[in-house]
Design a protein around this ligand. Structure first.
Ligand code: ADP
Length: 601
């Protein structure tokens, strides 16, 4: 089996009909009334179209054979009325279907957002966020198209076609039969095209997502791009991706437009043979021209809906690919669900204990090789060790961003694997190295720490975090917008905001990843004071980069290559002969990464 066939088969794994069924069962029910209105309108469209073709026989016969001017005028007026009615019905169905489509798009966006938030941290580390966003946007539109296309095409075109074929059969059944003969070969041709199109569509969505992803990444990292003069390199890379997207788009165009010569050829064959046969018959026998006129009118009018129906399968294939790709995201099971009947975690002293924890990311090498230590309640425990020793990994296991492969983590004697994640996370606050601010005002950003906090509490937290004064100096104070479009804050200010957020949370357990990036001395001192506030009176586990943090910690846990090699206070460890900490400390802490900050002497 060659690669192309194998790919086709993979893409085929869930059939188009299966996907359509799923899309319809998940969304159809809520919009039954809307669809009923749309279908009623479409039936009016079909009926008026059929009527126009059907009545043309009477016009011709009354005008040419019976010469009845009054009847002709009456009929012509009814044709005009039929057109007006058709216009109104077309408007009605289009508006109704668009409304349903928009509501479905909104619903999928909501569903996806909720779903993405439920997925584990690991999922996002495997995916490129910008590409993921682009893919979602492209595919959501695809689902809307599946539904609207199915309804429009099936209801309008099929009904219209049935009405017109009815007219044709009633006027001349033999001729109708001749025309139906062209259908089977045409359908076979379309089937072949649609199969190829399915693969091309998936490749096109991937390629487009890569382009959008690359653009977004460049925008996000624009200062790095410029500082490292990466422009040429990136341009070449992005050009390659854009070329690929272009060639995929061309392939889709070639494939889907191949339907035109196919349908036109068969339609031409049908129409010309009908005309030839019918004209010859009219010339050589004495049949009234009215019936033939109506037949040909119906035939010509049937051409458009028939062509659209023929293409429907292709459009549905494309839309189904979008839907399928979206479901791939929606069907990703959130890795860590709470155990059935999981208990609520109750915090008392917030003592954290690691017991023989072994952990690896995915299938890679073991990162934590049996880590055991105890972080006493209300005390500060500092994790130190060279870069890559596994300190951040330890921190990320506590909120259960990941679960260890073996061993256990206990908080106040309760295994965190057996409690609800909600109760676990509500008892801890996390201050990362990079202070992340969300779109919104300064007040909103602090309030994420505890959404029900009052304005006064928000301000109190800001005061404790030494942020109140600089916040008041902003143009709109606490209501100043931050985030992407907002004004820019300094690194130290951002950190103090994220500390205020953690303070507001007032959680018994604080996880802290001290920033390594150097701040100016003044900022540094303010951040340090804010941190001291945040650390007092609660259990703190800190990845320490500052010497003062380590020296003042109640306990130091020294890590090396995924193992705890020493534990104790600074006093105990600094003078232990041959100890790793003592050695690192004597080296002025360079390998300990303790050199940051003005307090290193
Ligand atoms: P530290 O915080 O002590 O510098 P980390 O816990 O960040 O150490 O990293 C320990 C090891 O785990 C490193 O070898 C790193 O490459 C690896 N690692 C960290 N995060 C991931 C991840 N998301 N996926 C795979 N490996 C990771």
């Amino acid at each position: 089996m060659n690669v192309k066939d194998r790919k086709l088969r993979e893409v085929d794994s869930e059939t188009t009909t299966g996907i359509l069924k799923r899309v319809i069962t998940e969304n159809g029910r809520d919009h039954i009334r809307g669809y009923a209105v749309a279908i009623a309108c479409l039936m009016v469209v079909a009926a008026t179209t059929g009527f126009i073709a059907w009545i043309s026989e009477t016009v011709v016969n009354e005008a040419f054979a019976n010469r009845r001017g009054d009847t002709v005028l009456l009929i012509c007026f009814s044709i005009f009325a039929a057109f007006v009615l058709r216009g109104l019905a077309t408007y009605g169905q289009a508006v109704t279907l668009s409304k349903i489509g928009n509501s479905i798009v909104a619903r999928y966006k909501r569903r996806l957002y909720m779903h993405l938030m439920a997925l584990s941290v690991g999922y996002f580390q495997e995916k490129r966020s910008a590409q993921l966003t682009a893919k979602i946007n492209q595919n959501v539109a695809g689902i809307r198209d599946v539904l609207n296309m199915t309804v429009t095409s099936i209801a309008r075109d099929l009904l219209t076609l049935v009405a017109l074929v009815g007219v044709m059969v009633s006027k001349d059944w033999l001729l109708s039969l001749i025309i139906l003969l062209v259908a089977p070969p045409m359908l076979l041709g379309l089937r072949y095209i649609s199969k190829r199109l399915r693969l091309a569509t998936r490749e096109a969505v991937e390629a487009n997502s890569s382009v959008l992803g690359a653009v977004q990444e460049t925008i996000q990292g624009i200062s790095i791009v410029k500082a490292f003069t990466m422009e040429d390199e990136l341009r070449r890379k992005v050009e390659r991706i854009i070329d690929r997207a272009e060639s995929r788009a061309n392939r889709i165009a070639r494939l889907s437009e191949r339907t035109a010569p196919l349908t036109e050829t068969f339609a031409g064959l049908a129409i010309s043979s009908v005309l030839a046969y019918a004209s010859l018959r009219t010339i050589y026998s004495n049949v009234a021209p009215g019936a033939l006129f109506a037949f040909v009118t119906a035939l010509l009018m049937a051409y458009d809906p028939a062509r659209r129906l023929a293409r429907l399968q292709l459009s549905l294939e494309r839309a189904a690919v979008n839907a399928r790709m979206l479901y791939e995201i929606l069907d990703t099971v959130p890795h860590q669900r709470d155990l059935p009947g999981a208990a609520e975690l109750t915090f008392s002293e917030a003592t954290v204990e690691f017991r023989g924890v072994r952990f690896s990311y995915g299938n890679s090498e073991e990162i934590l090789k049996g880590v055991s230590f105890r972080a006493e309640g209300g005390k500060t425990t500092a994790l130190v060790g060279s870069s890559g020793a596994g300190k951040s990994t330890i921190i990320s296991l506590i909120p259960r961003f990941y679960d260890p492969q073996s061993g256990a983590i206990l908080i106040d004697g309760q295994d965190i694997a057996t409690v609800t994640k909600q109760s676990l996370r509500s008892g801890l606050a996390y201050v990362s190295q990079q202070a992340y601010l969300f779109e919104g005002s300064i007040r909103d950003n602090i309030r994420y720490g505890r959404p029900e906090a009052t304005d006064a509490e928000v301000e109190e937290a800001a005061r404790l975090a030494y942020a109140h004064d600089f916040i008041l100096a902003q143009p709109q104070g606490y209501d100043t917008p931050v985030g992407e479009q907002g004004m820019t804050l300094s690194g130290g200010q951002r950190q103090r905001l994220s500390i205020a957020r953690a303070l507001l949370r007032n959680a018994p357990l604080l996880l802290l990843d001290e920033a390594t990036s150097a701040l100016d001395t003044e900022s540094e001192a303010a951040v340090q004071k804010a941190l001291d506030q945040a650390m007092s009176g609660r259990t703190v586990i800190v990845i320490a980069h500052r010497l003062s943090t380590v020296v003042n910690a109640d306990k130091i846990v020294v890590m090396k290559e995924g193992m705890v090699v020493e534990e104790g206070t600074h006093e105990e460890l600094a003078h232990r002969p041959g100890g790793l900490y003592a050695r690192l400390h004597n080296l002025q802490g360079s390998a300990l990464e303790l050199t940051v900050g003005a307090d290193v002497t």
